[in-house]
Design a binder for this molecule. Structure first.
Ligand code: NOJ
Length: 561
């Protein structure tokens, strides 16, 4: 096998992976909640888009306290989403269409409805059942204070006190997310065994890989030490550092245990880690004995501008090169404000916890920059992860009534929460629920602005966001941009305010400013062929035309003359 064949075999190295959020993709049975048969019926959309794989957020048995990231049974399908037979059908149909399937694995915590947690509660303090989770006695005279000062990622304390079987207030259990999500005790061999079985269960059913949730969690520091506090006694985690429960070295051993399991299966099964950690800490997790890749969230967090974007490209590439791994690119997912809205703010913006009604982005600027950023991303080497609806240019929805919000962080802390990026997808402009559900039901209301953004309204329309993504993906494949063979170079002759990225015969120009940029007649790009622009209908950058004017806040792909 030549090195090229071998690289080709490692499909994940340059794959474009489309994240499907099951409850919001397509609803086949009309209950207003998306489901697996709905996804299977809409798989042609992914094929036509030109992606290589889909990643399914959790569809397992779950009380849905955190939209399925609270798993009660890792080896069954929640009846809301269908059955195991439906999961098998989805995987089979995806493979027929040439799409790989990545499933989500949630190993840091389970649901409090998991049978093992229920048994732990019933068995009482000191029992072997309690050892599977992180139970501790409280501090204070009567154990009325939590065992340490850790706080939850969803705000509030990371501990909840239980009532013991005899009715007395008892021990506390750790949950670094919602109360309904108790952390597993990864110092226990039975927890390791359970997850080895879960991996094999889905690998046996044909899953091509795993997205590992909270991949930097799981292993907690010895003795569960308090987080550092400031003079007022408040937890004070310096910028760029993490709470004590994240990124402990022991977690790497879990990937070293899992990797041989994946490698024993045919067909390059992979794992991609969800680890929100400082960039320089990521390479430790990646390698031939560890995970295949990890989400690079730096690009998603980068401010709009030549230097910030360049840094967000150069740094992860250098870090990935050092460990011989491909990097990954992400602009949106189910946890962050959609990039079509995020880029609608100039000043400091948050990327998590949703938008309040009064935080109004500049929608036009947001979409323009979002399209430009997406085309930049698709020209980069490594794999790219798309989030359902970004190919339609969907915005974050701000107008969700509080009573309908489901995100636990909204209920715990009153922040808007992540529901605004999880609103069901519009498929058909003139159908009930925009084609999401045959009954017109939708677990979150879709705003009217979704209508013209529907798949059928953009299909075949030159310059639509959907057609831009399709063209970008087609050219990415044609030019093999995902492979690292053509290095990423930053030519020094780009006009002010323009980020230029060269990949072999392709040059990508991103204009970051609010004004159009005219390329000087003697520019290095004179006579180059414009292949694709993120701004439709601009004559000077029409496909095949020689490039002269670069529209403001846009990306242009050029082939050297
Ligand atoms: C990360 C997931 O992406 C997010 O949706 C979830 O709430 C937390 N992990 C907890 O599982």
């Amino acid at each position: 096998m030549t090195p090229t064949d071998q690289q080709h075999e490692q499909w994940w190295r340059d794959a474009v992976v489309y994240q499907v959020y099951p409850r919001s993709f397509a609803d086949a049975d009309g209950d207003g909640m998306g489901d697996l048969p709905g996804i299977t019926r809409r798989l042609e959309h992914l094929r036509d888009l030109g992606v290589d794989a889909l990643w399914l957020s959790p569809f397992y048995t779950s009380p849905q306290k955190d939209a399925g990231y609270d798993v009660a049974d890792y080896t069954d399908v929640d009846p809301r989403f269908g059955s195991l037979a439906d999961a098998d059908a989805l995987i089979t149909r995806s493979h027929e269409l040439g799409l790989k399937v990545i499933v989500d694995i949630v190993p840091n915590h389970s649901s409090d409805q998991h049978v093992l947690f229920q048994r732990a509660l019933a068995a009482g303090p000191g029992s072997p059942e309690r050892e599977l989770y992180v139970f501790r006695d409280g501090r204070g005279e009567d154990g009325e204070l939590p065992p340490n000062n850790w706080t939850s990622i969803f705000h509030g304390p990371a501990w909840t006190r239980v009532t013991e079987p005899d009715g007395t207030p008892g021990q506390w259990y750790l949950h670094i997310f919602d109360t309904s999500q108790p952390d597993w005790n990864w110092d226990h061999e039975d927890v390791h065994a359970l997850f080895r079985d879960v991996l094999r269960f889905w690998l046996d059913r044909g899953a091509d890989g795993f997205r590992v949730d909270v991949a930097h969690g799981m292993v907690k520091p010895e003795g569960l030490p308090d987080a550092e506090t400031n003079a007022e006694g408040l937890i004070d985690i310096p910028e760029g550092e993490l709470p004590p429960y994240f990124d402990n070295d022991g977690v790497l051993e879990i990937y070293r245990e899992w990797r041989p399991i994946l490698d024993a299966y045919e067909g390059e099964r992979m794992m991609v880690l969800e680890a929100w950690i400082p960039e320089h800490r990521v390479p430790r997790y990646i390698g031939p004995a560890e995970a295949h890749q990890s989400f690079n969230f730096g690009f998603l967090q980068a401010r709009w501008g030549v230097e910030t974007l360049r840094k967000a490209i150069e740094e992860p590439l250098a870090l990935a090169d050092a460990v011989g791994a491909p990097t990954t690119w992400v602009l949106s997912n189910h946890d962050v404000i959609r990039h079509a809205s995020r880029y609608g703010f100039d000043a400091d913006y948050r990327f998590g916890e949703g938008l309040r009604r009064d935080e109004v982005p500049d929608a036009q600027q947001g979409l323009r920059r979002a399209r430009a950023a997406s085309l930049l991303m698709l020209a980069l080497p490594g794999s790219a992860y798309l989030y359902q609806g970004e190919e339609l240019g969907l915005p974050e929805v701000r107008e969700i009534p509080d009573a309908l919000r489901e995100d636990p962080s909204h209920h715990r802390a009153g922040v808007p929460g992540r529901d605004g990026c999880r609103v069901p997808i519009p498929w058909e402009q003139h159908a009930p629920a925009y084609g999401f559900s045959p009954s017109g039901a939708s677990w979150l209301p879709q705003p009217e602005e979704f209508g013209p953004l529907s798949v059928d309204a953009q299909d075949g329309v030159p310059g639509s966001t959907l057609e831009m993504y399709r063209a970008g993906l087609r050219l990415r494949r044609e030019f093999e941009l995902g492979r690292s063979a053509a290095p990423v170079e930053f030519p020094g002759d780009a006009p002010a305010g323009v980020l230029a990225v060269r990949r072999g015969e392709l040059t990508v120009l991103v204009t970051t400013g609010a004004e159009d940029v005219t390329l000087p007649a003697d520019s290095a790009y004179e006579g180059a062929e414009a292949l694709l622009s993120s701004v439709a209908g601009t004559a000077a950058v029409a496909p095949g035309a020689p490039a002269t004017v670069l529209p403001a806040q846009s990306t242009l792909w050029l082939r050297s003359a």
